[in-house]
Design a protein. Structure first.
Length: 266
């Protein structure tokens, strides 16, 4: 997403439009999983499978597009439903619809845990919504010794209203995990990890209205920018996070047999 790769920029209408087209297009995508209302596709050569694109779709009945948009923005609520998350926080705001944030997550043992610093931008489109991110460097948040700093080339959500009180969620991601991963990991992402993650978001959407009623119900800075108290950042403070400047680790020799039971849950 970084337009030539050198300049940090805030996505514009053409970027959001292009992302939406990728989500809705079937061309060039290979279906890897289709069960219980969840579909997963991949795009990319097998030789470079660690940075292939993954696209996932789930139909969410009884959850409105607006509610799911709130769920994906609400970092306080994320701690309730995202069991793979280790830590997440907002670093600063760029505009009323763009900020920079940090996220770290637990990878299936014996893989090393990963983290990101990303520029995130969002756009309401009538009854539909798009949230995008890509990796950036911030001088105060360098790579840490206890994590592998991964790179989001492009990651995002398209939430499409589907009648009254229902929606369809697309999740599209292209991430460089900064490691040579064993093939079983790549297969697990499409067969287990991605479907499970989508089902978690759907369940989180079902429970969110009740949770939000009890936790600062009027506070939604992603909807009401005047509520945003984050420090202002300028693009000049950031640079594009290039994958080749980060440590690359080889985990190809790790065996699937060492996975813990919780990692086998579908």
């Amino acid at each position: 997403m970084s337009r030539g790769g050198e300049m940090v920029y805030i996505p514009d209408d053409s970027d959001f439009s292009s992302f939406r087209e990728q989500c809705e297009s079937a061309e060039g995508w290979h279906c890897r999983y289709n069960k219980a209302g969840v579909t997963v596709w991949s795009q990319g050569q097998e030789e470079s499978c660690t940075v292939q694109k993954i696209k996932t779709r789930i139909s969410c009945k009884d959850v409105s597009a607006e509610t799911l948009y709130d769920v994906l923005h609400d970092t306080h609520y994320r701690k309730k439903w995202d069991s793979h998350m280790i830590e997440t926080y907002d670093i600063g705001r760029l505009t009323v619809n763009a900020d920079v944030g940090y996220y770290s997550w637990k990878c299936p043992s014996p893989l090393k845990n990963r983290d990101f610093v990303t520029l995130r931008s969002w756009l309401p489109l009538g009854n539909d919504y798009i949230i995008l991110n890509y990796s950036v460097k911030h001088p105060k948040y360098p790579p840490r010794k206890d994590f592998v700093r991964a790179v989001s080339l492009q990651t995002g959500y398209l939430i499409k209203a589907n009648g009254t009180g229902a929606c369809v969620l697309y999740y599209l991601t292209q991430v460089d995990p900064r490691g040579s991963l064993p093939k079983w990991v790549v297969n697990r992402v499409s067969q287990f990890v991605a479907p499970k993650a989508m089902k978690k978001i759907y369940k989180a959407g079902l429970k969110y209205p009740e949770w939000k009623r009890r936790h600062d119900p009027g506070y939604k800075p992603w909807v009401y920018p005047e509520q945003n108290t984050l420090p202002s950042l300028s693009l000049a403070e950031l640079s594009v996070q290039h994958a080749d400047s980060l440590e690359h680790i080889d985990e190809t020799g790790l065996s699937e047999e060492h996975l813990s039971n919780s990692d086998h849950e579908a």
